[in-house]
Design a protein around this ligand. Structure first.
Ligand SMILES: [Zn+2]
Length: 136
């Protein structure tokens, strides 16, 4: 398992916390499509069956601690933190911010006025349709 929880001053894409192309596949519903998954190579990263729930909860806890530090101090900026599950190490790295070509820097401070953070979920729609057919 390669899990880690990463909190960075720049966006998570620039920090390498996720792959934007996989997010696109998820949004299109491909990761819930058995025929799509069946055509992948055996060693494809999408077939690792890793459960990211513990890392998501760990990241949420780090975010709460960073917010508390930001508000309460005495050190208001804890910097980029990278927790490694395998070794238990917590690296503190120099802040590097976003890459110069980052698409997200223009969205800072706009909340959801420019981009809605949610979209259509094909897998949820299929599940709802299946439940409706069972009821009828
Ligand atoms: Zn960025």
């Amino acid at each position: 398992m390669h899990g880690r929880s990463l909190l960075a001053a720049g966006c998570l894409e620039c920090a390498g916390a996720y792959n934007a192309s996989i997010v696109g596949m998820e949004r299109e519903g491909l990761l819930d499509d058995p025929s799509y998954l069946a055509q992948l190579e055996q060693n494809d990263v999408l077939l690792r069956h890793e459960n990211v729930f513990p890392f998501s909860t760990s990241l949420a806890a780090f975010e709460v601690r960073q917010l508390a530090a930001l508000v309460l101090g005495p050190i208001h900026n804890l910097g980029d933190q990278n927790y490694h599950f395998v070794t238990g190490a917590l690296d503190k790295e120099p802040e590097r911010g976003c890459d110069s070509k980052c698409l997200f820097t223009s969205l800072v401070g706009t909340a959801d006025s420019l981009v809605r953070p949610v979209s259509r979920d094909p897998a949820a729609e299929k599940s709802r349709e299946a439940r409706m057919q069972v009821k009828n």
